[in-house]
Design a binder for this molecule. Sequence first.
Ligand code: SAM
Length: 357
Amino acid sequence: MAATSTHPDVRSLSVSSRLTDKHGRAITDLRVSVTDRCNYKCIYCRTGNEGAQYAELPIADYLRMVRVFVSLGIEKIRLTGGEPLLRRGLIDMISELAQMRTAFSVEGVPLASGAGRPLDIALTTNGHLLQELAQPLQDAGLNRITVSMDAIDHEKFSRITRVPDSFNRVLAGVRAAKRVGLDPVKINCVLLRGFNEDQIVEFAKFSRDEGVIVRFIEFMPLEEDRVWTPEVVVRMEEILAALNTFQPVVPLAAKVVSETALRYTFQDGAGEIGIIAPVSHPFCGHCSRVRLTSDGKLRTCLFSQSDHDLYGVLRRGGDDGTLAEFIQRTVDRKEARHHIGEPDFLKPSRSMVHIGG
Ligand code: SAM
């Protein structure tokens, strides 16, 4: 289902400047939440209650804002939510994003020709609808995918997602993503003490058996319900210790400096594990990310106390130059770091499902 229409202005746009914040960090990654609806109610993310209200903008408006970000040097776009596969129009949106790869140029030379890095398009999903959508996503131009899975044990999986029989559906989705050639397929696993820390070795085996990268994520205080305490967090050292009981782990070199995960394999070279440790080993110093929420607010940190109404600028008739100025001004004020675990920590103004993970 190839998109035929691209924004008329897009071909004349060039990458004019690099987005940099006042701490000197280059901002190259944009996460775009395309809905805050979700069909799972993971215990560490959502309340068990149905939210009646949700926020979604027309796909064309997300694209308009993304186009301005790309013109400012954004190189990687991750679509997220909520659950992005629930979003009507997602496949066409990815086709349009894929067209931006060749539409933008650095001093007249298209990015895809090697003068710059081509736009990387990724997506994070719970995988529930992935079996059906893997091929259309790949055809539309998605590069790679991350699927959230918090247990290998089927019952535990359903207890966490609060959706019966969800494991087999997600597993089928992971396999479909591999089959159609989305590469790499990554698995995100949030560990919570008392729920799933006994799954670490199972996930190590899963990485090796299924040929996927498993990334363990420390639980952050971003949930709708107030369940986060420092004690619930399963920290990096503990994860490594558990993996070492299976087979000695071997560190892998970082591919890019802004990488969130520390990468490991095992002594025999099979399997890849990432550990994302924002609580015990924060990586704010080389953060390259900003986020656009499903209602069009720009967030400079997961833990921001406020967000910035980029969509409001668009709605009031702002042209691309005005949007670009607003983005530059907002990014400049990006927070130096988060304060998780410190006495002055304040919970962010929104929870993960409403920010876009
Ligand atoms: N629905 C999609 C999914 O399940 O992947 C995308 C949205 S979800 C909010 C994105 C990622 O954030 C998931 O991998 C999820 O496990 C992670 N996540 C949610 N709440 C979190 C928290 N409090 N701490 C760490 N990761 C969290």
